[in-house]
Design a binder for this molecule. Structure first.
Ligand code: NAD
Length: 295
């Protein structure tokens, strides 16, 4: 068991860091929000005064930060991780960030002789606490091989997506499918209501027909057919509208940079932006049916 620096101890990072402590690692944490470090100390970890200090004695550095600029700053900033980490340390960034930032930080790490993977997650805070996250990992075979045993203490499915940045690419492509398919399912239920088609009947038919998808069968946006879906608790999250919007915007940024045509992704981003602007960004993303049905 080695020493792991954990930077970014928020809603996801703290429970993930706790699972590393539980697995027997020495975990040295840092977060700009002082209060977030107390939780790690209570769980048996240590606190550091900066990201660079946390990284100084670490065999591996894990980051779970809000967005690309935070990740660039923590790794590449003055006194940051790359300046202070010891030779041979492995870097794992699990934040959801833009592909360009992920590739820029990975390239800078490689130039300085460090191995790095981008390893964004799916599974939410519940998965982070239970240690059942899915990690989508971008990086070399060697870096993936070193990261895997660490990621296995925080997750259940560890998938090697390809070279640097492909973990982030997998995450935003998947969530673009999810955002678009949720809107499609919401529109279908809205139309069914207008046509006098019973919601349960539409569910029974489409869930065994060609309209079948996760947004329908696991996360059904109307109450009733899937008792565990957020629709049954007035759209309490779950996965919030604002988190979906963040990922859809990252997908649009990547599409613009790579000249990919993603018209439905663009529409999904615009609709989630509209829904968020109506003050409902903290609802579960399946709640967009409220806006589409005029409720
Ligand atoms: P969060 O805001 O709760 O946590 C981020 C933490 O980073 C905060 O505690 C903040 O104080 C800290 N931070 C910011 N700048 C810092 C810096 N320079 N140095 C040290 N700490 C710094 O967010 P979260 O929900 O934990 O999400 C983290 C990442 O995981 C995001 O990229 C998010 O998109 C992604 N994600 C979140 C979920 C979810 O369900 N919450 C699911 C999948 C992926």
């Amino acid at each position: 068991m080695g020493t792991i620096a954990f930077i970014g101890l928020g809603n996801m990072g703290l429970p993930m860091a706790k699972n590393l402590v539980k697995a027997g690692h020495t975990v040295v944490g840092f977060d700009v929000a002082e209060a977030n470090m107390a939780g790690l100390e209570q769980a048996g970890g240590r606190r550091a005064a900066s990201a660079g200090e946390a990284a100084a004695d670490a065999d591996a550095v894990v980051t779970m930060l809000p967005a690309g600029p935070h990740v660039r700053e923590v790794y590449m900033g003055t006194g940051g991780v790359m300046e202070r980490a010891k030779s041979g340390a492995l870097f794992i960034d699990s934040s959801t960030i833009d592909v360009d930032s992920a590739r820029a930080v990975a390239a800078a790490a490689e130039e300085k002789g460090f191995e790095m993977v981008d390893a964004p997650v799916s599974g939410g805070t519940g998965g982070a606490a239970a240690g059942t996250l899915t990690f989508m990992v971008g990086g070399s075979d060697a870096a993936f091989g070193r990261a895997k045993p660490i990621l296995e203490t925080m997750g259940k499915n560890i998938v090697h997506a390809g070279g640097p940045g492909t973990g982030q690419a997998a995450k935003i492509c998947n969530n673009m499918i999810l955002g678009i398919s949720m809107i499609a399912v919401c529109e279908a239920f809205t139309l069914a209501d207008k046509l006098g088609l019973d919601r349960q009947k539409l569910f029974d038919i489409s869930s065994t027909s060609s309209g079948q998808c996760w947004s329908l069968t696991t996360y059904c946006p109307v109450p009733g057919p899937v008792p565990t879906s957020p629709a049954n608790r007035d759209y309490q999250p779950g996965f919030t509208v604002d988190m979906m919007l963040k990922d859809l915007k990252l997908a649009q940024q990547a599409a613009a940079g790579s000249k990919a045509a993603t018209p439905l992704g663009a529409n999904a981003a615009a609709l989630y932006q509209l829904f968020s602007a109506s003050g409902r960004g903290n609802l579960d993303f399946s709640g967009i049916i409220k806006m589409l049905s005029g409720v």
